[in-house]
Design a protein around this ligand. Structure first.
Ligand code: LLP
Length: 409
């Protein structure tokens, strides 16, 4: 159940009126529900209970320290893709032995940091990276436990910009290349392959691509007769941004993974990001102006594409709902846009929207994942505040960036 809902005409987050929050805190700001994040985590853990996986939250989805701390306390590990994310996850109290590190371009410094911090797994994404880690192992005179990220060449049937498992994508090592790499594994004396990993894409709404991936993994493992401690199955579970989005059947997927795990007798890791935080956040913004165009009204918000990139980057549709719902319709077509000087700085379009006025507040929904973490200072705009609500209390978990500091940086 969503913890953002109307009570009469007023939108609430848990027990707090969002209009009241918007009067106390300068818009735009990200607003999260603690209960929603906790519920998402326990639902996911419950779904996969029979598998007893390590759930490594993909920190890139939301890197707010308080949110990382909260997920860490619930038992999550972290999937990180940079030295920065690695340090932030550790700062949030996540034990390094629950951290996995992915990414095609890890630098020597980042790899050394990961080795020094004794994280659970570095997921290698190329033969060259394997050589570099092996050399680091040689220098430190240790054997480094690693995973190999495979590119299974499976179409995740998602937006092409967030698909990662096709041979056309830069991620992972092809099965063919992994076979030839593995033939020479003895030369890599300072590497110990403890895991194979995959991550085929994001916002996946069907279990079919996952099923294909499991079959490919099984074939590779059986062919090579490798004994692994872990299989890291990545993340990618989609959420409903629009009513038409059918949710992925995770129960079904859990059954497939259960059987897979039984055959291989190893531990399972997942790397979910969006499914843990996506529906737990909204972006609250004020209507700055309403401008009549030739064919539509432009509803100009104080939030821009620098604050929330998904519509501009992926043509993502995020429903926008009024914080105070009135009944009369606005005549004609409307389009919500932001202030940035780019034509792609626009959000959702509507025909017949509840009456809204300049100065009203609206909420861009489902922005808890890849919202704040993808934001930027474009147009020299400060990063906006993030607020967390728990029942009838709110806390600013990241202050709005100081404009003067930004100017003088
Ligand atoms: N593991 C790896 C190695 C990843 O690259 C990703 C996401 C995840 C896990 C988490 O995937 P999730 O469970 O959140 O789908 N900015 C895009 C999404 C990019 C995802 C990149 N990798 C968006 O806003 O849709």
């Amino acid at each position: 159940m969503s913890h953002f809902k109307y009570s009469g005409p007023k939108l609430f987050v848990e027990d707090l009126s969002i209009a009241n929050l918007a009067k106390k805190n300068k818009t735009p700001f990200y607003l999260y529900s603690e209960k929603q994040i906790k519920e998402n985590y326990s639902n996911l853990a419950q779904n996969f209970k029979s598998i007893n996986p390590l759930i490594c939250f993909a920190a890139k989805a939301n890197t707010n320290l308080s949110i990382l701390k909260m997920l860490g306390k619930l038992g999550a590990g972290a999937d990180v893709v940079s030295g920065g994310e690695l340090l932030k996850a550790i700062k949030a109290g996540i034990n390094p032995n629950k951290i996995v590190f992915s990414g095609v371009g890890k630098t020597e410094d980042e790899l050394k940091l990961a080795v020094k911090k004794k994280i659970l797994l570095i997921n290698i994404e190329s033969e060259s990276e394997a050589k570099l880690i092996n050399n680091i192992g040689k220098k430190f005179n240790i054997k480094i436990s690693v995973g190999f990220r495979l590119n299974p060449d499976v179409d995740a049937k998602t937006h092409k910009k967030i698909s990662t498992g096709k041979s056309d994508n830069k991620f992972g090592v092809s099965i063919k290349n992994f076979y030839s790499f593995y033939k020479n594994i003895k030369q890599f004396k300072n590497l110990k392959i403890d895991a194979l990993s995959v991550h085929i894409g994001s916002q996946i709404l069907s279990d079919t691509p996952y099923k294909k991936t499991l079959n490919i993994l099984l074939r590779v493992i059986n062919n090579l007769k490798i004994k692994l401690k872990y299989i890291d199955l990545g993340g990618g579970f989609g959420i409903s941004y629009e009513k038409k989005d059918k949710k992925i059947n995770l129960k079904n997927y859990a059954k497939l993974v259960y059987n897979f795990k039984k055959k291989l007798n190893c531990n399972i890791i997942f790397e979910p990001g969006r499914s843990l935080v996506g529906n737990a956040g909204i972006l609250v913004s004020k209507i700055q102006y309403i401008k009549k165009g030739e064919n539509k009204y432009f509803i100009i918000l104080d939030a821009g594409m620098n604050d929330f990139m998904r519509p501009a980057l992926y043509d993502a549709r995020h429903e926008i709902i009024p914080v105070n719902k009135l009944t009369k319709n606005l005549s004609g077509n409307i389009e919500f846009v932001g202030p940035i000087c780019e034509s792609t700085c626009k959000f959702t379009k509507y025909k017949n929207y509840p009456k809204i006025n300049e100065g009203d507040f609206i909420a861009i929904t489902n922005t808890g994942a890849y919202g704040s973490s993808l934001s930027s200072n474009y147009n020299t705009r400060p990063l906006i505040a993030e607020i967390l609500v728990s029942k009838n209390k709110f806390k600013v978990i990241r202050k709005k960036q100081d404009l003067l500091k930004l100017i003088n940086a």
